[in-house]
Ligand binder design. Structure first.
Ligand code: DAH
Length: 340
């Protein structure tokens, strides 16, 4: 009996039909009063008492499966029948299907990666939860440097040695610790600072760090690389200028401005009528930072740079409030449909 039921289940599961009429024939064959399934139910009387429970369950299962199968076959045809009906209006506009859009920060991050990939930079990432060594000490921040101040850095309450990285420069250190020069890499990622949220600042934002270490790398290489980047990102006519600055991990250090891509250098409210906008910090890697990672600073030199993705995206798309990036309002996001 059990074997018969199982055979019938397998048979029913593999049923196929090419028309509604065929489904009806199958229904009659298996489920009508004299059909194969009810006939088995009739035989149930002869099943020995101790097997009734098992066989009964199996029979019910068989009946359910048969019903479901017939219904499934039927509904397949009724949909087809609807679709082929004469009053189908092929001129009706399709349902408005809205695919998602890529986030503007992701679009620009990809552009930055592509631009540097074309001149041989590869990509790596590091952890967002860092220790003091990688975020500060190895980068030549002295113990009392103001950037370590509680006001800027989110420390983990139970362990002041652990913090949320305040910049992607920490990945420079991790890379130099484990990779022998030449190193030509960029490091995109999220960074965290204890800042009041406003149109110009957020406690979470994104950076891309760049690092190039080899024999005889010079400031001219840095300048040429950044000029290439600026022209690729903002257009062939973009000019750059480097101003002296200070970062503990680079010497000399600089900040780079690009000619304002909104007014072309004429002066507008985006560039505060200066014709220039600042986009990144950079410099020659300080020998202390190299030595902290076991790289011989007599043999090797290098440059580094770090830029904020939000800032570059705001300039590129003329976005005036940084908070828009984090609100995920589809009316904002949908404006980037079609941008690579
Ligand atoms: N880490 C710096 C910041 O967050 C940016 C920076 C400046 C990165 C100079 C660098 C650099 O690699 O050389 O403000």
């Amino acid at each position: 009996m059990i074997e018969r039921i199982n055979r019938l289940i397998a048979e029913i599961e593999s049923l196929k039909a090419v028309s509604l009429e065929e489904v009806e024939q199958l229904r009659l064959k298996y489920l009508s009063k004299k059909g194969l399934v009810p006939v088995l139910f009739d035989d149930f009387k002869g099943v020995p008492v101790e097997m009734k429970r098992e066989v009964g369950q199996l029979l019910n299962d068989l009946k359910n499966r048969a019903n479901n199968k017939i219904e499934a076959l039927k509904s397949g045809f009724s949909q087809d029948a609807k679709a082929s009906s004469a009053n189908l209006d092929l001129s009706r506009p399709a349902a408005n299907f809205q695919p998602g859009t890529r986030h503007p920060l992701a679009i620009v991050r990809t552009q930055i990666i592509d631009i540097f990939a074309r001149i041989g930079f590869t990509v790596a990432e590091g952890p967002e939860i860092e220790d003091d060594w990688h975020n500060f000490s190895a980068l030549n921040f002295t113990a009392d440097h103001p950037a370590r101040d509680m006001q800027d850095t989110f420390f983990i309450a139970t362990n002041p040695d652990i913090l949320l990285r305040t910049h992607t420069s920490s990945v420079q250190i991790r890379t130099m610790e484990t990779t022998k020069p030449p190193i030509r890499m960029i490091f995109p990622g999220r960074v965290f600072r204890n800042e009041a949220i406003s149109a110009r600042a957020h406690c979470i934002f994104h950076q891309v760090e760049g690092l190039y270490i080899d024999r005889q790398v010079s400031f001219a290489d840095l300048k040429q690389t950044l000029m290439y980047f600026a022209k690729e990102m903002f257009g062939e006519n973009t000019k750059i200028r480097l101003r002296p600055s200070y970062f503990p991990f680079t010497e000399p250090s600089g900040e780079m401005d690009v000619s304002c891509n909104i007014c072309g250098g004429e002066g507008c409210n985006i560039c505060k009528y200066t014709g220039w906008v600042e986009i990144l910090g950079c410099g020659m890697v300080d020998p202390n930072a190299l030595e902290n990672c076991g790289i011989d600073s007599q043999t090797y030199t290098g440059f580094a740079f770090g830029m904020g993705i939000e800032r570059i995206t705001m300039l590129k798309y003329q976005i005036r409030d940084l908070r828009l990036f984090f609100e995920n309002d589809v009316r904002f996001l949908n404006q980037f449909r079609g941008a690579i």
